[in-house]
Design a protein around this ligand. Structure first.
Ligand code: ATP
Ligand code: MG
Length: 393
């Protein structure tokens, strides 16, 4: 964070902003930056990455390529990340010479479930009972009564439910840990979830914090399927607690940038933090169409030092993820989803990420339905689901 906290003259439109990673989050960051008049550069090895396709400059190298990092620094006045598994060391290298937000140190905490949970505990934010398993001794020491049935999650590199196994007994746990390659894992107790929430928080170098409204998320097969804002089932007290916890988690990290914290509300109404992502989040995509400042504009503002204004939600929103599954009919034949049909419905905002090959489970795009009331947004979202053949939300 050094270069960021020291300097801080504001980087005004006309400057060039860099992003590590070329996925859809980078693409939407690029769109937001460009619409504010910034130039953009993306570092990603993929020649047809979603963000690389739309940025002014595309550095086509791996994240640790010294020449690539040098080229990015040469082009850019400040750099952010869109992918939490960008090696923290690469962000530290960049951070020594350019403002980088979030910092390599903050991203390193989010990259490791054990460090992440320790951070929640340090902040006094409740999380699931858990234990770290790094070796056979750690496996043998598990308190089965406290942690089983549970979910075994790799400490690093998991996403969209990958690297996770549900286990009921000590034998299943041992088999699952070995199947995961005996890598460092966190075993969490399986909790009775009533609902899932998330909060996007933006914090700048002066410690100012703004948040988006609390989001309610529905997952299918470990992948986010639907986000509704306002959150229909969260109580005001749960929402207030989630916002306060997210702000504390960001502040205690000395975080600069956009951070998303995922929460569970348990059957008894208690709130626990699940995990955090050091970047905009799929559950915040609705803010492009439903709020006057999107999570990607917040990322631009925190990176450049532009004023950090509290976003205002102007429309109730329902966001539906569009996975590659939609590109296949019942017989497994490729087809194009009925875009004309869904775009004929009021308040539908379609976002496709420019990915050419559809695969089952791959995030190809999303759409947000905005309306004057939450009921109307939900009503149209159900019509979208019917037209696309999506499970009803
Ligand atoms: P992503 O990065 O896409 O959010 P991930 O692979 O990091 O996902 P998690 O968020 O840890 O995975 O878990 C995915 C989903 O699995 C959660 O949103 C929740 O539905 C369920 N889940 C995870 N941990 C628990 C738990 N301890 N008890 C009950 N359900 C859980
Ligand atoms: Mg998650």
């Amino acid at each position: 964070m050094s270069a960021l906290s020291e300097a801080r003259s504001v980087l005004l439109p006309g400057a060039t902003l860099g992003v590590m990673g070329g996925g859809q989050l980078g693409r939407m960051f690029v769109h937001a930056a460009q619409s504010l008049g910034y130039f953009t550069a993306v570092l990603d090895a993929d020649p047809v990455s979603p963000a690389g396709l739309v940025a002014q400059y595309h550095v086509q190298t791996g994240y640790q390529d010294e020449q690539g990092l040098a080229q990015l620094m040469q082009r850019c006045q400040a750099i952010t990340t869109e992918f939490e598994n960008v090696p923290a060391g690469a962000l530290r290298t960049l951070g020594a010479q350019r403002p980088v937000a979030p910092s390599g140190d903050a991203v390193a905490v989010c990259q490791d479930r054990a460090l992440e949970k320790a951070h929640f505990v340090r902040c006094g934010v409740p999380c699931a009972p858990h234990a770290l398993i790094e070796d056979e001794a750690g496996l043998a020491a598990i308190d089965a009564a406290a942690l089983l049935p549970g979910i075994l999650k790799t400490a690093r590199l998991g996403y969209d439910g990958k690297g996770q196994v549900r286990v009921r007994s000590a034998d299943e746990l041992a088999a699952a840990w070995r199947d995961l390659g005996g890598v460092a894992c966190v075993l969490e107790r399986m909790l009775p979830l009533a609902l899932e929430l998330s909060v996007v928080v933006a914090r700048n170098a002066h410690g100012e914090v703004v948040t988006l409204p609390v989001q309610q998320n529905l997952h299918r097969d470990g992948i986010l399927a639907v986000t509704q804002v306002p959150a229909p089932d969260a109580t005001p007290a749960q929402s207030a607690q989630a916002v306060a916890c997210a702000a504390r988690i960001a502040a205690e990290l000395g975080y600069v940038g956009v951070l998303c914290v995922e929460f569970f509300v348990l059957a008894d109404g208690t709130l626990v933090a699940n995990e955090m992502a050091p970047r905009p989040h799929n559950s915040g995509h609705w803010s492009i169409d439903g709020a006057d400042i999107s999570q990607f504009e917040l990322q631009v503002r925190t990176l450049t030092g532009l004023p950090l204004i509290a976003p205002r939600q102007h429309s109730p929103s329902v966001m539906l993820n569009l996975l590659g599954d939609l590109w296949f009919d019942a017989a497994g034949q490729l087809r194009e989803p009925d875009w004309a049909g869904v775009l004929a419905l009021p308040g539908v905002h379609l976002h496709l990420y420019g990915k050419t090959d559809a695969r089952v489970g791959r995030k190809m795009g999303h759409l947000t339905v905005t309306a004057a009331t939450a009921e109307q947004a939900r009503e149209v979202a159900l019509q979208v689901c019917a037209r696309l053949g999506l499970a009803a939300c």
